[in-house]
Design a protein around this ligand. Structure first.
Ligand code: BG6
Length: 286
């Protein structure tokens, strides 16, 4: 049986593969335009739960779910919005540019179902570019209607780590963060090296353009962002993982979500305007 992070596991019509050869490839599921896997020279860098449900209904547990138009609980629809549970269209199939990089683009537009929850006309274009040691995720929201709307958004990246106990995030020192575990009170991060040793759910505000995830066994990964001022750090820890039907019981040990987004305050987008943002994941040399 193929593992959940190999293309053979999925019906061909559900996935799009960006393949550079030599074990460097990305698998995208059209359900949510969710990146399931990012391998570089045969090494996987994203966590995907083996118990994730692939019924084209439920959100995929792992990889890079796209969160739009709402981060967190939502009075108008499901937690984290509808983008992660809608079928996206692969508007630009994988193609190779002159530098050997692979580009593919995915699109989501409003339809009857989205307008029933959130009555706005929009188009989201999500473009992925696979370079030799990095992956660029460009997220653009267009307001295609005749009045303004506001939204929050985020790329909910699940990094695969050998052991959470030897994993840390660099670049957060001095930032204010909202701690959702501690009644959503605000604190200031004092640490240069932010390790995660318990259930963690924090929204760091005004993050620097670059943060780094350091893990003992794997190379470090740099996350660089444009127009994503917030960084969410999330790990459900042991009990949290056990309480989630679609998370491996020991999944919490092997993942850390470091999520780039605009969530502390909304984007207000006027009719005809666009919001252009991105994250670039880069493997740093050892
Ligand atoms: C994180 C949130 O981004 O996503 C957490 O900060 C949430 O509060 C987590 O628990 C997972 O959410 P979900 O809906 O995928 O279970």
């Amino acid at each position: 049986m193929a593992t959940v992070q190999s293309p053979e596991h999925y019906p061909a019509g559900d996935i799009v593969v960006l393949d550079r050869g030599n074990g460097t490839r990305v698998i995208v599921h059209l359900h949510g335009a969710t990146v399931l896997s990012w391998q570089c020279n045969g090494v996987e860098h994203l966590f995907l739960s083996s118990t994730s449900v692939f019924d084209n209904k439920k959100a995929i547990r792992g990889g890079i779910p796209v969160i739009f138009p709402q981060f967190g609980p939502w009075s108008l629809g499901p937690q984290h919005g509808f983008a992660r549970t809608k079928r996206w269209t692969n508007v630009i199939p994988p193609s190779t540019d002159k530098n050997g990089n692979i580009i593919a683009a995915f699109q989501l537009e409003d339809d009857d179902e989205t307008r029933q929850m959130w009555n706005h006309k929009f188009k989201v274009v999500y473009t992925l570019m696979l370079l030799d040691t990095s992956l660029v995720c460009n997220f653009v929201v267009h307001n295609t209607g005749s009045s303004s709307f506001d939204f929050t958004c985020l790329l909910h990246t699940y990094f695969r780590v050998a052991d959470i106990n030897s994993t840390s995030v660099l670049g957060l020192k001095g930032l204010k963060y909202v701690d959702k575990i501690r009644e959503s009170k605000e604190f200031t991060e004092e640490r240069d090296v932010v390790s995660v040793g318990e259930k963690t759910d924090r929204v760091y505000k005004d993050s620097p353009k670059t943060v780094v995830i350091q893990t003992a066994a794997n190379p470090s990964i740099e996350v660089s962002t444009l127009s994503f001022p917030d960084t969410v750090v999330w790990n459900p820890w042991e009990e949290g993982a056990k309480s989630m039907a679609d998370m491996d019981d020991d999944g919490w040990r092997h993942m850390l979500c470091v999520e780039a987004g605009k969530v502390s305050s909304s984007v207000i987008l006027e009719a005809g305007d666009k919001f252009d943002s991105s994250q670039t994941l880069k493997i740093l040399p050892n």
